[in-house]
Design a protein around this ligand. Structure first.
Ligand code: HPA
Ligand code: ZN
Length: 332
């Protein structure tokens, strides 16, 4: 099969997205419109200036701009519109199931109530479920640069919305904020029936992936690309088929790898790891899910079989029930 046909296959196949920060879908145009509507100053004169600022050296330099951009989100309607815009992208990319992160502490620290954030996101996803046939799970991420006490307070708020929030995760500045810092928090979250995941091994060492598995009881590792530095870890991830939600365009923008053709995803596939492709923060990293798949296929010369495996893995790695997983996989 040639690359043109593989691209058609990518576009047409049903797929799941498992690593997507809803705040990372805020397009510059929408940032300007919301800034104006809510009377919030943003540190850019025009959309071109915003796009120029999206030139990152590492995770930290991205996070600074990403948290700045989030300040235009004030009302429930803003969170609703943000999420609805992503649901329409799902339709475009043939994403039939999405597991979406949100970062409440980014908003509650600015005086926005937890209820406003979760209700806006949830209502948009329910509308997408009804009108577009999109199934979804919501995963609340703790900001790991904050202390565990702050995170316990936000967990209490999440418990009040347990009917809407499926799981908890861990994001923000990785280096210096190891998973072990949140061992008690994740134990408590598990006792409250939240499924757990964590960003680990994006910039941080393989040790952080071990900690996420052993101390936070995670069912999935977000990113995990640093795992290849540790053979024992690769054996464990491969034996247990622990899903890794890899985000190739994000990894290039944040300089985890210099170029897409130097990305280690093909090596991960060859080691029989349970890898999936995702878009992370598509408004900041230059592409939604299909773009990630298409560019990665071309750069790494992935075969039709590799692509098929990645799409099947997206469902296998999801938190859908076994019946739904099977149903989608037979349609690929
Ligand atoms: N890593 C850590 N924190 C994040 C990311 C990421 O890729 N995206 C949004 N918050
Ligand atoms: Zn992420």
């Amino acid at each position: 099969m040639n690359d043109v046909d593989i691209n058609e296959f990518i576009k047409k196949s049903p797929k799941a997205e498992l690593h997507l920060h809803i705040e990372g879908t805020l397009e510059p145009e929408q940032m300007f419109a919301l800034g104006k509507r809510n009377n919030i100053q943003i540190p850019f004169k025009n959309i071109n200036e915003v796009k120029k600022a999206y030139n990152f050296n590492n995770l930290e330099s991205f996070l600074k701009i990403y948290y700045e951009g989030s300040k235009v989100l004030i009302k429930e309607k803003d969170f609703f519109e943000l999420t609805w815009a992503y649901a329409l992208k799902c339709k475009e990319d043939n994403i039939v199931h999405a597991e979406i992160f949100f970062d409440p502490q980014t908003h509650t620290s600015r005086g926005i109530s937890f209820d406003i954030v979760i209700n806006g996101i949830y209502k948009a996803l329910k509308k997408a479920e009804n009108e577009l046939g999109l199934s979804f799970k919501i995963i609340m991420c703790f900001l790991r640069h904050l202390n565990e006490d702050d995170c316990f307070k936000i967990l209490d708020q999440a418990i009040a919305h347990k009917d809407k929030i499926f799981g908890v995760g861990l994001d923000s500045s990785e280096i210096g904020n190891p998973p072990k810092k949140f061992q008690n928090l994740f134990k408590n979250a598990t006792e409250n029936d939240f499924v757990t995941v964590a960003h680990a091994g994006e910039e941080g060492p393989p040790e952080y992936i071990w900690e996420a598995l052993n101390l936070l009881n995670v069912k999935r590792i977000d990113h995990g690309v640093q795992c290849l530095k540790d053979e024992k870890l690769v054996a464990k991830l491969s034996n247990d088929q622990i899903p890794l939600t890899v985000c190739p365009l994000s990894n290039i923008k944040l300089r985890i790898f210099d170029k897409l053709n130097e990305h280690n995803l093909k090596k991960m596939l060859d080691k029989k790891l349970m890898v999936t492709i995702n878009s992370d923060d598509p408004a900041y990293f230059g592409g939604y899910l299909n773009q990630n798949l298409i560019e990665t296929q071309a750069a790494l010369n992935l075969s039709f079989e590799d692509i098929k495996t990645l799409l099947i893995n997206s469902f296998k790695s999801s938190f859908l029930n076994e019946e739904m997983k099977k149903e989608w996989i037979t349609k690929i």
